[in-house]
Design a protein around this ligand. Structure first.
Ligand SMILES: Nc1nc2c(c(=O)[nH]1)N[C@@H](CN(C=O)c1ccc(C(=O)N[C@@H](CCC(=O)O)C(=O)O)cc1)CN2
Ligand code: GAR
Length: 207
């Protein structure tokens, strides 16, 4: 008999609408997915991502930088709060803060981020706008293991979308987000079920 592995614990951090979070919560309804969202955190109050979690009965927390006297104290408090939920994977899903050394010391290797561009192109907070301004013909989304840089971590998966002649930032970002949600759900599920191994920046599934 094959013993099923334990359902993996996901903590998801958000800053906004939370459509990626919603896609993960929906996927977790299926026991075969192999993961469950055990907590949702944000760096600001009042965002729809937190409301989505509350409606689903998932514990939430907020750690905003302005609550703390230094960025380091915020980073340590965020790390400690996430630790309380004993996560197997921490998913940054539209989380608009850079996590620091203490957070990565506590959770590094199991923190993934989804970014709305094809890394290493267009890192930072305005990936779709930067891709549009540059005039690229394809862009997309990247899921990677978070390191101390900005969108520089080892790449788990990428999804490609075309840039249309009449795109504005909103239409392009929306097309990216449709592909991004599928990429995120498929690959976080595989991480939960199979694990990942990283060798010389190359990520493969397995244990
Ligand atoms: N250590 C890391 N932390 C995070 C990464 C990462 O690669 N390494 N990715 C981000 C997400 N991200 C884009 O994908 C991103 C988010 C935020 C910033 C940034 O400069 N944020 C400013 C504040 C901006 C704001 O509050 O609106 C800040 O942190 O002070 C750059 C890239 C998730 N975290
Ligand atoms: N640099 C980080 C960044 O730009 N993140 C992006 O914010 C959006 C959040 O959407 P959501 O709140 O609906 O999931 C997503 O497209 C995510 O990749």
């Amino acid at each position: 008999m094959v013993t099923p592995s334990r359902t993996k614990r996901l903590v998801v951090l958000v800053s906004g609408a939370g459509t990626n979070l919603q896609a993960l919560m929906d996927a977790c309804q299926d026991p075969a997915y192999g993961a469950s969202v055990v907590a949702v955190g944000a760096d600001r109050e009042g965002v729809e991502g937190l409301a989505r979690a509350e409606r689903a009965g998932i514990p939430t927390f907020v750690r905003s930088v302005k609550q703390f006297t230094s960025r380091g104290k915020w980073d340590r408090s965020l790390a400690e709060t996430v630790s309380r939920f004993d996560p197997d994977v921490v998913v940054l899903a539209g989380f608009m803060k850079l996590v620091g050394e203490d957070f990565l010391e506590a959770h590094g290797g199991r923190v993934v981020n989804t970014h709305p561009a094809l890394c290493p192109a267009f890192p930072g907070t305005s990936g779709p706008a930067d891709a549009l301004a540059y005039g690229v013909k394809v862009t997309g989304a990247t899921l990677f293991v978070v390191d101390g840089g900005v969108d520089t971590g080892p790449i788990i998966a990428q999804a490609v979308v075309p840039v249309e002649d009449d795109d504005d930032v909103a239409s392009l970002h929306e097309r990216i987000k449709v592909a991004e949600r599928t990429m995120l759900v498929d690959n976080v599920g595989r991480m939960a079920r199979e694990g990942i191994i990283i060798t010389n920046r190359k990520v493969r599934f397995g244990s």
